[in-house]
Ligand binder design. Structure first.
Ligand SMILES: Cc1cc2nc3c(=O)[nH]c(=O)nc-3n(C[C@H](O)[C@H](O)[C@H](O)COP(=O)(O)OP(=O)(O)OC[C@H]3O[C@@H](n4cnc5c(N)ncnc54)[C@H](O)[C@@H]3O)c2cc1C
Length: 250
């Protein structure tokens, strides 16, 4: 019996597969689920008489009717494995409240922004960029430079490269930089090579980020977060200028 005070039903209304272990779903909850860019929804599936729940950052903008999620299948993962088996029309439950403080203060007025992600860590930044793009098109956003860096092993894993590249072309204040760490698996790749933390310093220099002048947001892999944080600390950034959303423990 599902606790209806805690959970609401949600149906998968679309699915896009990117790689054998990466996919995007759009979920339609039976209730309104308000959120800000940077927040997450907690999904649950009953497994062997227990509710298995995990948080997932929301990619959609708050004005969209469905909740979009970008998910990695973790081998033998308690939730992501059974979730991967679900297609359009399948049901799950969501917690009735979204949560998270990650991008609470974004965008910070008058500061260049650096958004750094590994693979699915791009999710909250997609939500933010969709929101900023709508505001910019309506003339309601006086732009500051925003640079999004995304690392992945191969280019098929970026998930939102087409959308973010189009926003980069539309808005002079936005730069999207994908980088692949296994270019030998991806011979046609012509973009940046190396892990995302390897390009942080270069783009921090290019966008004039310096201590007291720059907001840094790191999302995804704990190793990337530790590495990028150390680089920004060495540039004089203090911890309150570096926000992070770590997807799993070190
Ligand atoms: C705030 C927040 C937002 C998140 N947003 C997303 C998101 O947008 N997309 C997404 O795919 N995941 C996201 N996660 C991770 C997600 O909540 C689950 O941890 C993940 O799906 C694995 O759950 P599982 O039950 O399949 O694996 P489990 O059975 O819980 O874990 C198996 C092991 O894998 C490790 N692990 C967890 N995730 C990964 C990973 N991606 N790669 C390698 N090892 C991992 C765990 O530490 C654990 O040791 C987020 C986590 C947090 C805290």
């Amino acid at each position: 019996m599902i606790d209806s005070e805690k959970y609401a039903a949600a149906t998968i209304v679309a699915r896009r597969d990117l790689a054998p272990d990466l996919w995007v779903i759009r979920l339609r909850p039976e209730i309104e689920l308000p959120y800000r860019p940077g927040q997450y929804v907690t999904i649950g599936l009953p497994q062997n008489g227990r509710m298995i729940e995990r948080p997932y950052s929301i990619c959609s903008a708050p004005t969209e009717p469905d909740i979009e999620l970008f998910i990695e299948r973790v081998p033998e993962g308690e939730l992501s494995e059974p979730l991967y088996a679900l297609g359009v029309g399948a049901e799950m439950v969501v917690r009735r409240r979204t949560k998270g403080l990650f991008l609470k203060d974004a965008p910070v007025v008058d500061q260049p922004h650096m958004l750094v992600a590994t693979v699915t860590g791009i999710a909250p930044f997609v939500s933010l960029m969709r929101t900023l793009a709508t505001r910019a098109r309506a003339g309601e956003w006086s732009a500051v430079p925003v640079t999004a860096l995304q690392g992945a092993s191969r280019s098929e894993e970026f998930g939102y490269a087409e959308e973010l590249t189009a926003l980069d072309a539309e808005f002079p204040w936005f730069t999207y930089v994908p980088t692949v760490s296994r270019p030998w698996d991806d011979p046609s790749w012509e973009g940046e090579h190396g892990r995302v933390e390897d390009v942080v310093r270069k783009y921090a220099d290019a966008t004039g980020m310096r201590a007291g002048h720059g907001a840094v947001y790191l999302c995804g892999h704990p190793g990337m977060i530790a590495g990028a944080r150390a680089i920004m600390r060495r540039r004089g950034f203090d911890d309150k200028e570096i926000r992070e959303e770590q997807y799993w423990p070190d």
